[in-house]
Design a protein around this ligand. Structure first.
Ligand SMILES: [Zn+2]
Length: 122
């Protein structure tokens, strides 16, 4: 299968800032709240939080948030039953919260291997 790849979700200045971040990346997980730089929490749950994407997909969406488990894990199937139950409850509410789409990057193609889903609104 041949796939034409076009990465064009960010405005040029946002993409440039993201590339700079990647080039200067010194390791450490940006989503583990105990060790990451302080980030704005949009909505807080017991096992999850919603945060702003510092490098938003601003070419396509006006809102670019991320739903992140508090515990560091890579795959959806690594969730505990309690974490999974809360995840499904949150997902039921996402349209009411104003989001239009969910995007999940597959592990291995991005630098951040802490599971997260992008919550996006036009
Ligand atoms: Zn992490």
């Amino acid at each position: 299968m041949q796939m034409k790849k076009v990465r064009d979700l960010r405005q040029p200045e946002t993409e440039a800032a993201y590339k700079k971040y990647l080039a200067e990346y010194k390791g450490g997980c940006p989503f583990c709240l105990e060790t990451a730089e302080p980030r704005k929490i949009v909505k807080d749950y017991k096992f999850w939080y919603i945060t702003e994407n510092i490098y938003p997909y601003d070419k396509v969406y006006s809102i670019s948030h991320m739903l992140v488990p508090r515990r560091h894990l890579i795959f959806l199937w690594d969730l505990s039953s309690e974490e999974l139950a809360e995840f499904l409850e949150i997902k039921k509410q996402l349209a009411e919260l104003g989001y239009d789409e969910i995007l999940e990057n597959l592990p291995g193609i991005k630098t951040q291997h802490h599971f997260h889903q992008h919550l996006l609104a036009y």
